[in-house]
Structure formats: C-alpha cells, structure tokens
Design a protein around this ligand. Structure first.
Ligand code: 9MR
Length: 554
C-alpha cells in the first residue's frame, strides 16, 4: 500500500556483482550504521556507516546511502538498520545480470508480430500467430503514383511496439539501434548467449537474430519506387484487451515522413556493418541494407521537413517528432561509419550536432555513441578529440548530477516523463560510454546506481522489471499479458515508470497512490502512461544489464 513504502530500506532486488559498487537507500532517521546479514547463516557479514541524510527532490523524501561495496562474497543477504524492517533479500553473484539480460531480450521474441509462439520457446506464454500483415492497405495519406489508393502491400514480421499491436518506424529506430549497439560493443558476451528462440540453432548470435526479426519488417516499410519510408503500420484505432490472433482489424501503412526515412537510414547503416560478417547466413543482406539506407537518406535530403501529421481517421500512437536536425546528424554519422565516405562526416559536422541523453524523439546522443565506439578506426576527416571530448563532457555532466544527489542519480524532477525508466537507463548508457572511453570507475558506478534504481533502489521499493525482484509489476499495460489468463505478466519487460503527467487518470478506476514525480506510478492495467511496456524502454535495459555484467567482471 501507499504509506508502506516510505519507511522501507531500498535495494537492487535482483542483486549485485561481487566486483561492483553496492548501494542501498535508507529512510532518514536517527541511526548512523547499517549491517548486512547473510540469510543462510543469519550472521552479520558487513557493517558500515550511513551517509548523512539528504533530500531528493523527485520523491520529496530524505534518505541515507548505505554503501557495502566492500562485501564481495557471493550469497544471499538482507540489509538491516536498527528500528527498521530488514530489506528484501538480494544476492551477490558473479552472473547476477545474465538472466535479466537474457529475459530483457527474450521479451522481444514474446512480442513478435506474425509468428506463432511455440511452447518449446515461449513456455506457458505460447500463443497463436497474430497480425500476418501480408495484406496491408496503403492509407490515403501514403498513396503515390506507383501505389494508388487501394494498393495492398505485404509488410510482415516486426515487433509490436508496446502494449498495443501497432508497428512504428520512428520508435523502431532507437530500439533496434540500441540492441545492435549492445552487440557491436560487447560481441563476445552476445555470441555466448542462448535465448532459446526459433533461430537459436543457427550460427548467428541470438540478439542479432532477434533484431533481424524487426529489421526484416522495417525493410518492407520502404517504398521501392522512391526510397521514402512509411511512418507506421497500424490499425485505425487501438484494439481492446484481446490476444494478437483475435485482433483482426484492417491494417494500413500511413504517410511517409522525414523522421521515418532517417530512423530507417540510421538503423540500416548500422545493421549493414554488423551483418557484414554474417554474409554466409544472410547472403547479400548487408549490401541490401546499405543500399536501402542510402536510398532513404536521399529521400530525406530531398524531403527534409515532412513532419508526421496524424490523419483524422487514425487514432493510434503518433510518434510525431517535428525536429529533424538530430535524426539527420544520426543517419549521417551511421552512414559515414558504414561507408567511410567523408561527405557524410561533413554533413554530420555541418549540422553542429549537440549531444544529449536520447529518447525516441531526441536521438542526439546516438551518433556520438557510434562515433566514440569506432573512434580509432575512422578516416582522417573525423575529429577524434572532439568525439571523445563531447561524449566525456556529457558523461561528466551526468556523473556530477549523480554525485550531488541524495539517491546518487542524475534523474531530476523534469526527467520523470512518460517512460521515465528509459530516461534513467539512457542516462546509464551515456555514463557507460564515459567509462568505456576513460576507464574511470566513477562512471561505471553511476551507471550501476541507475540500474539499481530500476531494480528496486527507488522510492517505491519496486523492481520495475516483470518477473525480477521480490516486488515487481503484476498488471502492466500489455494486451497479451492482460488477455492471456495467466496471473504473472510476461517476464523481462520494464514498466514505463513514474510519470507525474498521469495522462491516463480519467481512464483509471483507481487513483495513483502518489503525485511526486518519482512516485507517480500505478501498477494497474489502466495505466498506459506509467505502466505500459515498450520496445524503446526495454532496449536500454538490455544494453545496461549486459554492459554492467561484462564491464564489472573485466
Ligand atoms: O513513448 C511515447 C511518449 O513519449 C508519448 O508521450 C506518448 C503519447 O503520445 O506515447 C508514447 O508512445 C506510445 C505510442 O504512441 C503507442 N504505443 C505505446 C507507446 C508507449 O506508451
């Protein structure tokens, strides 16, 4: 209940790596010390001093930090402070994020469109295929000379975007890219991972097989006649609470746009360089992706300002970004890395690109992440110091916010928007780039603190990932999880998280228990504004859980 969270000790409910930083949050009180107790022996194994209490704006509460980084022995523990109830149990284990990382990727398989989920892969979440999308209508907003009204195209596969059953190119951009970058940055880790998906027996890493399921769909969203890319494939209205195979409303591709073309170009350019080494398994694919990327780029250059305008008869998600400078910079950078053509680098720098923490509408961090990863292999045209310094300055900005905060988080009240957990994890991605460039532990520690936050070290004492942690979401806004008759939601999904906008309040039969930015969350099916799941929110969970697992062990 609402009042029961304030006096709780908050920990990462999944647990910690032996070599990683380990922090808990303790409500402000008279005590100055904490202890950690092994649950098997009931013995105290660690004792430490609490930091002085400090106030955190986003939750309007005062807390101490308990740091037990010095405890490295694997085992199961609780953290205790005199006068308070002990924390939930947590583990220290050298593989602690492996299962989380795998489940966060497996959730994409479980959200696939156009395929039956077989029991051998999906277990109790097996279900018939939904949305073949082999007969999709070209909407009036998308007609062209070659594809007049009434034209039917085939656009199968892809992932459902979120708790709804539609497929959106703009949001596929950052989502697919983030998964591809996880692989590009940590290939060894992902080559060893088995997700038990239908493609697991091929010689391609499962993460790439999973990404390809969506990339294959994205490729069909390009009009071969002109290279333009449709904004989305959608119903006219959101479906009710039904399973995918029961949702049979007509499907449409809607309006080509600049954001769609550039997201498409960036993803295809990134994918073309990654799939190049799997030419045997995917003959010709890498080259095909690069051609598609450049065609989409040329369409965007010729149509630099086509914003998505939701047609009157279409009521589903808009993803209606109107600023394209960041998408141009991103696509140019990915095309530059893929082709080594300096013209793309010049186009990138000419836009004087800023850096920021990315989201579906602001992708300004992504080109810098890619350039920093490839910095030692770029052509002489690239300003390598600028690339390093730009990423480091953004990581430093986040680190300094984190170090000043009572919860040790860069998150400010204004970061608690729709999908706030993805803002937290995208901050972690940027901090991890700072660590990868500098090897200064402070950046890795700050990223760990954000992962801890999403897994329970937060004002609501809740792990936001389904199936992980002692207290986790049970009623996510996700049609299959709600309609399947199974009590537990599909595992491995991160809830959008606290959102003081509460845009769904009128659609909810119960009020949100709290209004504070970091506490404005409702674990109810009705809460699409705080408790939905989405491919762009899970992707940074994949990246961060995998990266911290790998980098801490090194
Ligand atoms: O993540 C999107 C958020 O930034 C917007 O404020 C919100 C309202 O337009 O839409 C969110 O995206 C939703 C999309 O439009 C449809 N599928 C579910 C997405 C997550 O709620």
């Amino acid at each position: 209940g609402p009042e029961e969270v304030a006096d709780k000790i908050k920990v990462n409910q999944v647990g910690y790596l032996p070599g990683g930083t380990k922090q808990a949050v303790v409500p402000a009180g008279k005590q100055s010390h904490f202890s950690v107790v092994n649950t098997a022996t009931n013995r105290e194994v660690f004792r430490g001093q609490l930091t002085p209490a400090a106030h955190w704006g986003p939750s309007d509460d005062s807390v101490h930090i308990a740091d037990f980084t010095g405890l490295k022995a694997p085992g199961e523990y609780r953290l205790q402070v005199e006068g308070l109830k002990a924390s939930v149990r947590f583990r220290i284990d050298s593989n602690i994020y492996q299962q989380l990382n795998a489940a966060s990727i497996k959730s994409y398989y479980l959200n696939r469109s156009g395929i039956e989920l077989l029991p051998q892969f999906a277990g109790e979440y097996a279900r018939p295929a939904g949305h073949p999308d082999t007969r999709v209508l070209v909407h009036a907003s998308a007609v062209s000379a070659q594809r007049p009204e009434g034209t039917v195209i085939s656009s199968p596969k892809g992932w459902y975007d979120a708790g709804d059953y539609n497929k959106y190119i703009v949001n596929s951009g950052i989502s697919t890219y983030t998964l591809l970058s996880a692989y590009e940055h940590f290939p060894q880790h992902y080559r060893q991972q088995s997700l038990n998906i239908p493609e697991s027996s091929n010689a391609v890493p499962d993460l790439l097989d999973e990404a390809y399921w969506n990339i294959a769909w994205m490729l069909t969203m390009q009009d071969p006649a002109d290279g333009g890319v449709y904004h989305k494939l959608t119903n006219k209205r959101f479906d009710g609470v039904i399973m995918p195979h029961e949702a049979v409303e007509p499907r449409y591709v809607v309006q080509k746009g600049t954001a769609a073309a550039l997201n498409f170009a960036a993803v295809m350019a990134t994918a073309s360089r990654i799939f190049a080494r799997y030419d045997q398994q995917f003959p010709g694919l890498s080259g095909e992706m690069l051609i598609a990327a450049e065609k989409a780029w040329r369409w965007a250059v010729a149509n630099p300002n086509v914003a998505y305008e939701q047609p009157d008869d279409i009521k589903t998600g808009a993803y209606g970004d109107k600023q394209f400078a960041d998408e141009f910079a991103w696509a140019a950078a990915e095309l530059y890395i893929a082709t080594r053509n300096d013209n793309y680098y010049r186009t990138f720098t000419l836009s004087n690109p800023a850096i920021g923490v990315s989201s579906w509408s602001d992708v300004s961090g992504l080109p810098w992440i890619s350039l920093a990863h490839h910095v030692d292999n770029l052509t002489p045209a690239a300003d390598k110091n600028l690339i390093r310094q730009t990423v480091m300055s953004e990581a430093r900005r986040l680190w300094s916010r984190s170090s000043e905060s009572a919860y040790r988080l860069p998150m400010q009240s204004e970061d608690f928007k729709w999908g706030s957990n993805s803002f937290a994890l995208n901050q972690a991605i940027m901090l991890l780039q700072g660590y990868r460039l500098s090897k200064e532990a402070a950046y890795l520690d700050a990223a760990q603190s954000l992962l801890d936050y999403t897994l329970g070290k937060n004002p609501l004492n809740t792990s936001y990932v389904t199936g992980f942690g002692e207290r986790s979401p049970m009623h996510i806004h996700h049609r299959p999880s709600e309609a399947d008759g199974i009590r537990a939601p599909i595992p491995g999904f991160i809830s959008g998280g606290p959102n003081p906008g509460q845009q769904d309040a009128d659609d909810c039969p119960v009020p949100y228990p709290f209004a504070e930015p970091a506490k404005s969350w409702l674990d109810h099916w009705c809460s699409y504004a705080s408790n939905e799941i989405a491919i762009n929110w899970n992707a940074p969970l994949v990246y961060v859980s995998g990266a911290i697992q790998v980098l801490t062990a090194e």
